[in-house]
Design a binder for this molecule. Structure first.
Ligand code: SAM
Length: 242
């Protein structure tokens, strides 16, 4: 195992993700997530109209959610990702896009009805608590957080250089940590969120980051989709009542 400062890797992400999105040897998947219908239905049942997507990447999922009728605020730190996002989404009155750091989210966004964070938390493991606490501050009481993560059953597990417990570094300089459901449950509770639903999923992806391949050009991700709500504590209930 190589000793590396994982937090420093996460802090240097703007450059790393710009490099990934601008192409070269690395190819990002370009298929939207298969569980977007499940997410849409859940949010519609919760009467959510606007989603804060953090991070939005190149907008592949956001375009679909917009077509489903949601308004979206979309945040990413990579200018290259956002350039592709704008090209994909075009001008749509219900979609706003911001180049912004997820670790400062609550400075710009408060009272969000719902936050969607797809394919993110396993890239930021050393700062997961910080991110979840930003999310909690940005949500309205009772607001919804939905995110996914991968387990050691994922095809890509152990790919790259091992740099920590269940943590690997892939080229150019991106972290991937594989979590157990118990680890995630603890992190969510610590951040003042209540886990309301967990669904398991399997997703076939175009090979990216140079992960090992299955037949042809695909690998299979195995993970969980997690639904949480921000707790409505005594103080917040009082404020609402006033
Ligand atoms: C694997 S991509 C996921 C993008 C999108 N959610 C999706 O599912 O296609 C990870 C994204 O995190 C963004 N990112 C990394 N660090 C960030 C930060 N501190 N603040 C905001 N976005 C960040 C990257 O630019 C990249 O677009």
């Amino acid at each position: 195992m190589i000793k590396l400062n994982e937090s420093k890797i996460v802090d240097g992400y703007e450059r790393e993700w710009d490099a990934l999105f601008s192409g070269g040897a690395f190819r990002l998947r370009y298929r939207r997530d298969p569980f977007l219908d499940e997410i849409s239905e859940h949010l519609q049942n919760q009467d959510v109209h606007k989603i804060l997507s953090v991070p939005c990447g190149d907008g592949i999922n956001e375009l679909y959610l917009c077509k489903k009728g949601f308004s979206l605020d979309c945040v990413d730190i990579s200018s290259e990702a956002l350039r592709k996002f704008k090209r994909r989404i075009g001008r749509r009155p219900r979609v706003a896009v911001y180049k912004f750091d997820a670790f400062k989210l609550s400075e710009k966004f408060q009272n969000a009805e719902a936050i969607l964070s797809l394919d993110f938390i396993f890239h930021i493991s050393p700062k997961l608590g910080e991110f979840l606490s930003q999310v909690t501050r940005s949500l309205k009481p009772g607001g919804v957080l939905i995110f996914n993560f991968y387990t050691p059953l994922d095809d890509s597990y152990q790919h790259g250089k091992k740099i920590g417990k269940k943590t690997y570094k892939v080229i150019p300089n991106i972290l991937i940590k594989y979590f157990t459901l118990d680890e995630i449950k603890r992190a969510v509770e610590d951040a003042g969120l209540t886990l309301t639903l967990v669904t398991e999923y399997v997703r076939k992806d175009k090979t990216h980051y140079g992960f090992r391949r299955e037949k042809g050009d695909f690998h299979t991700h195995r993970g969980y989709l997690v639904y949480c709500t921000k707790k409505v504590n005594g103080d917040e209930r009082q404020k609402t009542a006033i």
